[in-house]
Write a protein that binds this ligand. Sequence first.
Ligand SMILES: Nc1ncnc2c1ncn2[C@@H]1O[C@H](COP(=O)(O)OP(=O)(O)OP(=O)(O)O)[C@@H](O)[C@H]1O
Ligand SMILES: [Mg+2]
Length: 462
Amino acid sequence: MPEHVLVVEDDDSLAFVLRETMSVKGYETDVVPTAAALLERLKTTQYDVVLLDLRLPDGDGLDVIPQCREIAPDTPVIAMTAYGVRQSATEALRRGAYDFFTKPLKMAELEVVVGRALERRRLQQHIAALEASREPQTGFEEFVGSSQAFIRVLDAARRVAPTDLTALIEGESGTGKELLAQAIHRQSLRKDGPIVAVNCAAIPEGLLESELFGHERGAFTGAVRTRVGRFELARLGTLFLDEIGDMPLAMQAKILRALEERKIERVGGNRRIDVDVRVIAATNQHLTRAVDEGRFRTDLFYRLQGIHLRLPPLRQRLEDLPELVNAFLERAKQRLSRATVTLGAEALQCLWTYTWPGNVRELRHVLEGAVLLSDAVILPEHLPPAIQKPAAQETAASLARSLDETLEDIERQMILSALQKSGGVQARAAKHLGVTEKSLWYRIKKFGIQARALPPGDDSTS
Ligand SMILES: Nc1ncnc2c1ncn2[C@@H]1O[C@H](COP(=O)(O)OP(=O)(O)OP(=O)(O)O)[C@@H](O)[C@H]1O
Ligand SMILES: [Mg+2]
């Protein structure tokens, strides 16, 4: 394929000479006369090099160099400047031109400069191709952290990845559950298949079934065409059931059935469809507690945890903080083009004393914000207010803890006294407390109260 040169020159005779010279060298050459036409062209056509006259009828060529770099970052721009205007040549280089030459044109020089730019472009393309064909990424390289607690989870995840086992990932918000699910998928035998995520908490209960299993046309009002569900979409890949702790009980039963039988039925359909998927589930709740409280089916819980991975919250692995801070600072500096920003000692102190309820995600956002706000050194004032005042934060946290405990104490006392009054009959005690029998039963279990009467029948879990 001949290399493709774009000449930006409004002087007709000069444009003609340039085109001829380039064509003789075997390059395919287009000519445009204005900056506007140049930018339009770059958006639609790939060029290997641009020869740019700096004096154009619709503006200064210097000004369009950065735009060219943005539209076509891999296409070198060579500036053509008037003889003796050394300054604009330097300025062109500063703004991102690859090289320049001065008018009047010396053809030999022109050929050398263009040849060199093309050579470099060929090399760059070669490197890019090499990189693309490199070993596929393992999926785990994005994780930062080397604390024991964290490494143990990663190790277990690495081990389970190439098996077809179901994995259950537990962890507070922002601890990296989704990142881990992605990594497991990329290290699995199904890595060439899709990974399809469903956020069970974000989909209204009424739509969840059709979202997961799809529906046939006319299955319900508004089902104007057949829809393929996420189980089917994930065929030969991984289905990531996020926030599974929030899944309604009725749906839990259907998911269990799909997992056991490896078949699903679309809503309103009568055909059983094979689905070959691996399931990874995640939740920010303690699923065992949800099981205890009857909000999560025991059988599904066991079916999901082929392996149980629990990502520790950041406050329980603060030894990872320096590594994470460094990594996120570097990423933010690069992305926001602020290479010189550094973290001040006082701000670092604030990061240490904070409790990080939003975990790694919160840390990342805080650092990105700080890099953006600071000019050179990150100071406490560049951090969100809650993090600036470590002492106040701590007091608020301990206050919140004791408030919770106090409330639980009061609740326990009220239940005990109601049970006493009702002679241990839960139905009567529940009525007295103004709660449902089931809810009273959960609380009795939660507080470990020894009740004489048996727990009420629970029909919704079967
Ligand atoms: N150990 C880690 N190293 C590097 N980045 C991490 C790590 N853990 C989390 N992150 C980053 O933190 C952010 C949040 O991660 P992720 O979305 O996986 O969390 P999550 O546990 O699914 O949170 P949520 O419960 O809120 O959905 C992402 O940008 C992720 O890349
Ligand atoms: Mg998530």
